[in-house]
Design a binder for this molecule. Sequence first.
Ligand SMILES: [Zn+2]
Ligand SMILES: [Zn+2]
Length: 366
Amino acid sequence: MAIDNDNDNNNGGGELCELQSSSSPSLMANYERKIVWRNVIALTTLHIIAIYYFCTNSMNPSIQWYHLLIPDIFGRLSGLGILAGAHRLWAHRSYRARLPLRIVLMLLQTMALQNDIYDWCRDHRVHHKYSDTDADPYNVRRGFFFSHMGWLLVRKHPEVVRKGKTIDLTDLWADPVVRFQRRFYIPLVILVWGILPTYIGHLLTGLPWWECFFGAVIFRYVYSLHCTWTVNSLAHMYGYRTFDRSYEPRENRLVTYLSLGEGYHNYHHVFPWDYSASELGWTKCFNIATLFIDLCAWLGLADQRKKADQKLINDRLKRTGNLDEYQRQTNRNFHQIFIDYLIGFIISEHLLWITFALRYWSNGTI
Ligand SMILES: [Zn+2]
Ligand SMILES: [Zn+2]
């Protein structure tokens, strides 16, 4: 993210993203933790503003219920920039996108303010290759808080920086959209992360600009960050290890709902190049990011979607996985899929429902 704990900008590398089991010895004994106070102050301030906004404005009777949808919509759009853009397109090259789609995804990824695509993908490729070791930027072995957001509050472990330099990023640098974003990142952030949601929010709701800024920018940003961070924390700690029992990443339904389709994380670490980041497409399980990519493919904006075939999945399950759990997850009828989407919709929008309930309780109407 733009709240960056890294002063290392490497441009080189040598290998493609791949998975490595977490067996390397820990160097934590030689590691001196250095707090990045700039990030501590920035994240603390952002959280105070976001909580204050939620506690006051969301129950303000002068704010209409549909005004509350504005931060939600911008949060979802920026989420797609991370999921379908930085993650599945650029970090894993799991499908190919035409220039107009790459530009849109780049702008949405900028709106998410989680560092530019180049830095985001370097961290993510290191995360996959050295998952749950000292070289993993979000190493879950350092605890839930560290893997969730603590990694942004301290200097990177030397192993993260050292191994990061060995990651091949030439494909990213070859993309003019990635280069353009990196070159003009600060003005793009000011425009797309800050000004645009504020202006559109003001235009659609007529609310004062500062109110739109706190809602559509600050609150939306903090909430979206936590949804993304659950993939590095919850999905590396709790859930089923269906495809490879030796990997820490897990299948976590809650993360799937909060992140719109990134909670099939054991599968994703086994087959990181699968564009659906799960064994099933959006027709069989809650996966909004896959739905978006399929929609783009239908419109002719994306192609070459990579997918693990059933034989490959079965072979892996037999060698390292849990076939019973896999069958339980995949043998689902229409009714179960409908319930999955219903629960997904309720949980992914839980803050909205909580806000409506609080408004009804305090004002007698939502
Ligand atoms: Zn992971
Ligand atoms: Zn990934």
